[in-house]
Design a protein around this ligand. Sequence first.
Ligand code: ADP
Ligand code: MG
Length: 338
Amino acid sequence: MSGFFRKIAGLFSYDVGIDLGTANTLVYIKDQGIVLREPSVVAMKGDKVKAVGEEAKRMVGRTPGSVAAIRPLKEGVIADFEVAHNMLRYFIKKACHHRRLRTRVLIAHPSCITEVERHAIEESAYEAGAIAVRLIEEPMAAAIGVGLPVSEPIGSMIIDIGGGTTEVAIISLSGIVCKKSEKCGGDALDDTIIRHMLSAHSLFIGPRTAEDIKIRIGSAHPLQTELTMDVKGLDRVTGLPKTVQVRSEEIREALQDKLDVIVNAVRQTLEHCPPELASDIHDRGITLAGGGALLRGLKELLHEQTGLPVVISEDPLSAVAEGTGKFLQENDDAFYED
Ligand code: ADP
Ligand code: MG
């Protein structure tokens, strides 16, 4: 299609960028910014959708037997196609206020998904009413979002720690030169905390309490002032409610193995990187994105273990969505892959 016709088609279209994360889905509308930010959760009763997003997350662990709160993306892959499809359709419609415009969608997805899953995501967007769909790998979107010079012949390293995965990538000249994806993100840290509370304190807690502990007192490196928190749960022996005091030191120790997986992923990516790019990264350092980047002391741990400068992006939870938005703002031709 000629440039002229592309411009005309663009004028009548509504361009949307979506960060389809395992924990959170964000929607960016071109010229407006991020308009939707909700947990990637769907509450189902049988095969009927009861609630999606924020409302569905509130039901996690609190559902009556007949309602299941499902996270359709787990560990970066689509665990349930039908539910993922319903969720994507709901978010696209909600963000676009059900407007019947010519919607074109750019979706950022975890880089470890299969061809079949990529196809399923595209199909969902078309069924939700999109007239054009393009996919972008999450680390690339994150790197664009945090403002790394992705199109230049300079090596940039991004680490995106989401709910299900940690994605490490080195980018140069608009391509991913080397990458490593580990099925170890915020959810794995939460699971570890659940197991720790059970073995060390005989206390049953749910995933929401575990996430709360991680966010309030979790850390990857010794803190200047160590923290404590009262945690409520059910006693393993008596089955009755009980409160115990938990220290940041013990949580850090419990998280150690999972944090090692993240550190090793970074080390391995650096080892497989061409020498010229490695030297760029030595000078320019590593940028952290994704909600996991907010874990206290992670920056210090990565700096200590790699010797490289580490920066946390300004708004790690929005990096990928911002990246899809920037891509749309800067590429009028985004939907015409030649
Ligand atoms: P995804 O891309 O998989 O949807 P996000 O980038 O939205 O994931 O990040 C969600 C993860 O970040 C969750 O596991 C959440 O618990 C974690 N997270 C959010 N805030 C913090 C924080 N302050 N400290 C540690 N982890 C956090
Ligand atoms: Mg993400």
